[in-house]
Design a binder for this molecule. Structure first.
Ligand code: RB5
Length: 163
């Protein structure tokens, strides 16, 4: 299935992102949100935010984020509502995370995995779909409820603080 996929990487994932981007363009519509030049001083949250917004807004159906370890990009992306980003360096998690948990952003560590494994991880991720089985939907609804409660808590804190 052809998908709209947003890609992003800091300097740690720059080369791998470019290699994956060229390879993915054969089968998917790619939105490369940078980095567009190698800058050793750039910061992963900037690219994580761009990809996360692309996914949460529906501009892209999936996202792929790459930094040195994949950890920082994953933490940052999950701050955006509606994003379910996970660091997966094994192919089972890369597809099962979509099938059971509706993961929508795959995070990779370019200092951990090589190009060929990265391609297999991306293939597993993009070919998978959420099963929507009752138990998975129930669990996802609970996750979404946590997100909503957290947002509501912040709102109440803000309103309380304004008094
Ligand atoms: C950058 O040196 C590195 O810290 C970053 O790419 C990432 O690994 C953070 O999690």
């Amino acid at each position: 299935m052809r998908l709209r996929v947003a890609l992003g990487a800091d300097h740690g994932g720059f080369s791998l992102k470019n290699e994956l981007s060229a390879w993915l363009r054969e089968g998917h519509e790619i939105l490369d949100l940078g980095a567009h030049t190698l800058d050793p001083a750039d910061d992963y949250p900037d690219y994580a935010e761009a990809v996360a917004h692309a996914v949460s807004s529906g501009r892209s159906q999936r996202g792929i984020l790459i930094c040195g370890s994949g950890v920082g990009a994953c933490i940052a992306a999950n701050k955006i509502m509606g994003v379910r980003a996970c660091l997966c360096h094994d192919t089972y998690s890369a597809h099962q995370g979509v099938e059971h948990d509706n993961m929508n952003v795959l995070c990779l560590g370019a200092r951990v995995v090589g190009l060929e494994l990265a391609k297999e991880l991306v293939t597993a991720f993009l070919n998978a779909t959420f099963t929507s089985e009752e138990r998975h939907q129930r669990r996802l609804d609970k996750v979404l409820a946590i997100e909503q409660q957290s947002l509501q808590g912040l709102r109440e804190e803000r309103e309380g603080g304004a008094e």
